[in-house]
Design a protein around this ligand. Structure first.
Ligand SMILES: Cc1cc2nc3c(=O)[nH]c(=O)nc-3n(C[C@H](O)[C@H](O)[C@H](O)COP(=O)(O)OP(=O)(O)OC[C@H]3O[C@@H](n4cnc5c(N)ncnc54)[C@H](O)[C@@H]3O)c2cc1C
Length: 299
């Protein structure tokens, strides 16, 4: 059996500002940023990564909190899951707080950060469907004081990448002042990676329902037709109630959109039965989506 000893990085830099961090990454393109280290050090310990240098982000206080700006919150990339799970944050962005509370065991929540969750972009990353449903944007700092902003979905879909020397510094999230829900299914009881998750937010100002399904594909999926259909059923000026049948139909609609049948055989033959794992996953997504909408509408 081969074992891999953790490989010490050649240099470790601990900047105290975004500018210093970007300068350190630019000066040493082979170095990688590290925030909580929960993903990065696991990769190092598994022998999958041997960074020539590390630029620690933990001392950059400006990215460890949040601020308000024009109806948005600018969330620092260094916010930990534990911090986002606290009541004051939950009052601001309830679905992101719920996702943060559901992310891993306590030691992971204490160290792991929002920026790390996004940069890792794992299919089961708990913050990702929430950010997709909220249509959040990433503020990215780069060399020479440069800054650009991209939709989070562009990074997750691989339409845009982080360039050398760039850092995610903030996440811009609209403050909707309306119910929002995050629900997660895991393969076991207690903390665990999602087998499926659903984030659902109401946007009364735009009379919209936005939903994203996590963990069933490489990036969160938005069932846009289901969103538009159900938003058209809601009486936004009254009690926003929906019948159990409509909630059920929404769940099925979301599940069919996000967990499709396998492609039929190319030779035109009868398609084989849908595998039980797909049936189970679709049922899970349908239940999560139905419950998420039901809770959002009664909150
Ligand atoms: C046991 C265990 C359980 C876990 N359970 C869950 C779970 O239930 N749900 C979940 O979502 N995740 C889970 N994770 C994954 C992990 O904890 C999260 O993804 C966490 O948010 C990563 O943040 P970090 O600060 O530790 O990232 P790090 O490990 O420091 O970095 C991860 C990657 O992001 C890059 N990076 C970090 N910050 C930035 C930045 N600001 N700009 C650009 N790049 C950056 C790093 O270079 C690295 O490539 C688990 C991990 C472990 C080990």
């Amino acid at each position: 059996m081969t074992t891999h000893a953790p490989q010490a990085a050649q240099s470790v830099t601990l900047p105290t500002s975004i500018e210093e961090a970007v300068a350190a990454l630019t000066a040493m393109p082979a170095a990688v940023p590290v925030a909580g280290g929960t993903d990065l050090m696991a990769a190092v310990n598994a022998g999958l990564l041997r960074p020539a240098g590390l630029v620690g982000l933990g001392r950059i206080s400006e990215i460890r909190g949040w601020q308000y700006l024009d109806g948005h919150a600018l969330l620092g990339a260094g916010l930990t899951h534990a911090r986002m799970g606290r009541p004051d944050f939950a009052a601001l962005i309830p679905a992101l707080a719920a996702a943060a509370r559901a992310a891993g065991p306590p030691q992971i929540r204490n160290a792991g950060t929002l920026g790390g969750n996004i940069a890792t972009a794992a299919p089961a990353g708990d913050s990702l469907p929430v950010l997709a449903a909220l249509e959040a944007a990433l503020v990215i700092a780069g060399p020479g004081g440069g800054e650009r902003e991209i939709p989070v979905s562009h990074l997750l879909a691989g339409r845009e990448m982080l360039h050398p020397g760039e850092l995610i510094t903030f996440v811009r999230v609209p403050l909707l002042h309306a119910p929002q829900v995050f629900l997660k299914a895991t393969g076991r009881t207690g903390p665990g990676r999602a087998t499926a998750s659903v984030a659902l937010v109401l946007d009364p100002a735009r009379r919209g329902v936005r939903c994203a399904v996590g963990a069933v594909a490489p990036m969160p999926l938005r069932p846009l037709e289901a969103e538009q259909w159900v938003a058209s059923l809601i009486d936004w000026d009254a009690d926003r109630a929906l019948s159990p049948d409509a909630l059920h139909a929404f769940g099925e609609y979301v599940a069919a959109a996000c967990v499709p049948d396998p492609a039929p055989p190319a030779d035109g033959q009868e398609p084989p039965p849908v595998p039980p794992a797909i049936v189970h996953l679709r049922r899970t997504v349908a239940v999560l989506a139905r419950r998420a909408l039901g809770r959002a509408l009664t909150s």
